[in-house]
Design a protein around this ligand. Structure first.
Ligand code: SAH
Length: 488
């Protein structure tokens, strides 16, 4: 199994920087043991003009069989011989993908402390995989890599045996990708698409594969025209997982459009709340109101659901009363920005131990969210389509059941006071709805009743005599325990 990555350079930007980006020195050959054999990294060429890194995976077919998944294509999978004589040792497949993620872990994440700006920038790349098993053939290879920003994608079918062309073609292609891409993006594409093309995962697909897929697919999978095929093959056609991944990808798409929009609106809001000498932006007033409510509730272990870019998490961190802070969001990009804002990587162990950021969708119940003192949903519910709201309601109030739940959402009545907002418009593009005070109260009261909570309402921002405050906040306190609620 073999894969090469080549880049070109100039004296100012030498091609050998590839060594830094891959975290593997061009001057030495290195070997890493993976669960299925040994992965070698070596550089057949390493000059300032041109540098090639090769990843060679030496698969131990016997170990593969012992692990019980040695099925190769092109033979009866269960015949005794096929166990030992199979294509796994030389074809780039899911094993190669695992090797990529083991050997180039930091590169896949786009991390490079030595040359951070090189890691961020597109690089002239040529990637070659001489024997890529491609179920679906060259056609599918083009469909998969075509939309991903490569200047050229070539997939030449490999003859079964070059001496006997009449035997026809094998199911392998020689893949060559050329173009300017960020190295991390290119690696993440390969990590997902090699096993997708091979379509024979060597290991059991566990539910956390969905997380891995979404992480590796960040930035390209949500908009890929072949998303369904990719998702279903990557997850070995486990339909439940595939559907879950597709739904999360849809939310990622929405949330990503949203990241940009949220910034813009926050800025606009900051301007329009300009009342007195030193205006306090509405976003800050909202966080203050939430902090006050959390403190009043005596909460110390807190969930920030739909935490976005982590502004509230950052505030909570400043107060030692909050011993455990968990930020959850569906958008990987938002979480990445949050981690950067919080400087998680550079934080001391104790501080870092107080924080967890995790990806998750609030439209699904999630065991990880059980047992907290309080949960905050700040400007989140209006991002869900109304028909999905009951799912969120159940996930939070029915399943996670924190003692206190704080929900904020825009008060649509106040929109007439935003000078920059055209009449009849919501505050920004991704708001699926905005409620009047009466609508919010109705919803909150019925949620409270269904799930055994009491609820109080708090205005946030200037409370206008006619139209009320710009933000409305509901504070729910549990009155019955889950058992009682179930019994009722
Ligand atoms: N709470 C932050 C961000 C609000 S923007 C604040 O008050 O500033 C809404 C956030 O909800 C976005 O970050 C979006 O990615 C997230 N979101 C939307 N739908 C979600 C869902 N179903 N599950 C989890 N997060 C979701």
């Amino acid at each position: 199994m073999f894969l090469t990555i080549t880049t070109t350079g100039t004296p100012e930007r030498p091609a050998t920087d590839l060594g830094f980006l891959l975290h593997k020195h061009p001057g030495k050959a290195q070997a890493f043991s993976t669960s299925h054999g040994t992965a070698h990294v070596l550089y057949p060429e390493a000059t300032a003009e041109r540098c090639t890194a090769a990843l060679l995976l030496e698969v131990d077919p016997v170990a593969l069989v012992r692990r019980g998944k040695g099925k190769g294509r092109g033979g009866a999978p269960d015949s005794a011989l096929a166990q030992y004589v199979n294509d796994r040792p030389y074809a780039a497949s899911s094993l190669m993908s695992v090797a990529l993620s083991t050997v180039f872990k930091s590169a896949l994440r786009g991390v490079c402390n030595a040359l951070p700006e090189r890691a961020e920038a597109p690089l002239p790349l040529r990637i070659e995989v001489p024997a890529l098993p491609a179920r679906g053939g060259a056609d599918l290879v083009h469909k998969l890599f075509g939309p991903l920003g490569w200047a050229s994608v070539s997939a030449e079918p490999v003859a079964l045996d070059e001496e006997f062309p009449e035997w026809g073609e094998s199911c392998y292609v020689r893949l060559v990708l050329e173009g300017e891409l960020r190295l991390a993006d290119a690696l993440r594409q390969l990590y997902v698409l090699l096993p997708v093309l091979d379509d024979a995962k060597h290991y059991w697909v566990a539910p956390d594969e969905v997380d891995k897929l979404l992480r590796a697919g960040d930035g390209w999978l949500a908009d890929h025209p072949e998303q369904k095929l990719i998702t279903s093959r990557y997850l070995s056609r486990r339909w439940g997982l595939t559907r879950q991944a597709m739904e999360r990808l849809e939310l990622v798409r929405l949330a990503e459009a949203d990241d940009i929009a949220v910034e813009a609106i926050d800025n606009a809001v900051d301007e329009t709340t300009d009342t007195e000498d030193r205006p306090v932006p509405l976003a800050v007033q909202r966080r203050d109101a939430i902090l006050a409510a959390l403190t009043a509730a005596g909460a110390s272990r807190v969930l920030d659901l739909g935490c976005g870019q982590g502004q509230l998490v950052q505030e909570l961190l400043k107060d030692v009363r909050f011993t455990e802070i968990v930020g959850v969001d569906v958008s990987m990009r938002a979480l990445t920005i949050a981690a950067r804002r919080l400087r998680l990587e550079r934080m001391g162990e104790r501080q870092a131990g107080r924080i967890t950021l995790m990806q998750g969708s609030l439209a699904y119940t999630d065991k990880r969210l059980k047992g907290y003192d309080a949960a905050v949903l700040s400007e989140v519910i209006e991002h869900l389509d109304l028909p999905r709201l009951p799912a969120l309601e159940y996930a939070v109030f029915g399943a996670a059941r924190p003692r206190t739940v704080i929900v904020t959402t825009p008060n649509v009545e106040y929109n007439v006071r935003w000078e920059s907002l055209p009449a009849g418009h919501v505050r920004h593009g991704d708001h699926r709805f905005e409620w009047t005070r009466a609508e919010f109260r109705d919803w909150a009261a019925s949620v409270a009743e269904r799930h055994g909570y009491g609820v109080e309402f708090v205005p946030v921002g200037p409370d206008d005599a006619e139209v009320g405050p710009p933000t409305q906040m509901a504070v729910f306190e549990m009155t019955t325990t889950a058992k009682e609620a179930n019994a009722a």
